[in-house]
Design a protein around this ligand. Structure first.
Ligand code: PMP
Length: 353
């Protein structure tokens, strides 16, 4: 730390991203897609587009917001785009809870929520999950605080039903409810249609998981025009060009290619189910994940030891050294071949202990 860092940020504990590596490994640690992006993405990144990079990107992001709006049956003034959904979450938590507001979220959830709360001066309540890692909806009914929930939750993979989400949103009319649907494409029940019914709901999504574009950094939020206007007010006060021209073009092409992505998502879900069965046969306890990762634990071998041994074999998975989940592993669903290699490697490791 230098002598110059503001005292306000001295105690900040930053978010720890999953490791990115250059050597060849089986990478199942950051919930990326095993598939390349749609060929239509490559097709729009033409020389003509590159030649125009001397110009600023469109701060209104019209092309991308229109494409997203069309996909979800909303108007483009209900769409806000960010540099990854992290950017959208940051603007939302800053805008609706910052400088002394109140926010609550599940105790075991996406690690960035407490970090944003801290940096924006938000009073955060982290609400414990039930023993089976599910969210108790009653904890959020009439909460009278802003709420952020990942649905499906991470790293547990468990999803709330549409009815339960509606109960939460409808019972907190004077607070913002942010439903973080980063993993929703992998078979949860989206609450997206509720954005037209409730003016206090913001649903966030990302291109990083289902759309194989983690490296592009694009996410979005859909909510009432008033909510989106507020987010834009913050964006224009902080970073008006928060998406670059290449990202705008590529993401607009991706979101329109349902045929390509439906097929890839179906493959990931199929592989998730198959691998879960295989892990259960090996004695693992796995949650009923509705996401592109598996959350698993075994009585035969501590999670930390298994993660280290898999690493020696060139397979990266995510281990969280945190209370209540320190015997669990979060395993991204990779290609069918890579998941078979994972299962075979786990078998070998368990046989050795
Ligand atoms: N929400 C959740 C629950 C996540 O796990 C992630 C990925 N780390 C994000 C949001 C942010 O994803 P991105 O910024 O890549 O859109």
């Amino acid at each position: 730390m230098s002598r110059f860092l503001s005292k306000n940020y001295e105690s900040l504990v930053p978010y720890t991203p999953g490791e990115q590596v250059n050597v060849k490994v089986i990478k199942l640690n950051t919930n990326e897609s095993p598939f390349p992006p749609s060929p239509k993405v490559k097709a729009v990144l033409s020389e003509e587009v590159i030649d125009k990079l001397n110009l600023y990107s469109d701060p209104e992001l019209k092309e991308l917001r229109n494409a997203i709006a069309e996909q979800f049956g909303v108007t483009s003034d209900m769409v806000f785009c960010g540099n990854g959904s992290d950017d959208v979450l940051a603007f939302a938590i800053m805008g609706f809870c910052g400088r002394g507001g109140k926010l609550c979220c599940p105790e075991i959830s996406y690690g960035f929520y407490p970090v944003y709360a801290d940096i924006f001066g938000v009073e955060l309540e982290q609400i414990p999950l039930k023993d089976d890692f599910s969210i108790d909806v009653n904890d959020y009914i009439g909460k009278n605080k802003n709420i952020v929930i990942a649905n499906p939750n991470a790293p547990t993979g468990l999803a709330l039903s549409f009815e339960d989400v509606e109960k939460i949103v409808s019972s907190n009319p004077d607070n913002i409810v942010i439903m973080d649907e980063a993993y929703m494409a992998f078979c949860g029940e989206s609450c997206m249609e509720l954005v037209k019914k409730y003016g206090n709901l913001l649903v966030t999504r990302t291109f990083s998981k289902s759309h194989s574009l983690a490296g592009l950094r694009v996410g979005f939020g859909i909510g009432s025009k008033e909510i989106i206007d507020d987010l834009n007010k913050l964006k224009y006060s902080f970073n008006p060009y928060n998406l670059n021209t290449l990202s705008i073009k590529a993401a607009a092409a991706a979101i329109a290619d349902n045929e390509y992505y439906d097929d890839k998502i179906a493959k990931i879900v199929e592989t998730r189910e198959k691998t879960t069965v295989q892990l259960k046969e090996l004695g693992f306890n796995c949650t009923d994940s509705k996401s592109n990762f598996i959350f698993a634990s075994s009585d035969k071998i501590p999670a930390s030891v298994l993660a280290a041994k898999l690493r020696e074999k060139g397979i990266l998975i995510r281990y969280f050294n945190e209370p209540k989940i320190d015997n669990y592993l979060r395993i991204t669903v990779g290609s069918a071949e890579d998941m078979q290699t994972l299962v075979d490697s786990i078998k070998e490791i368990i046989a050795e202990v």
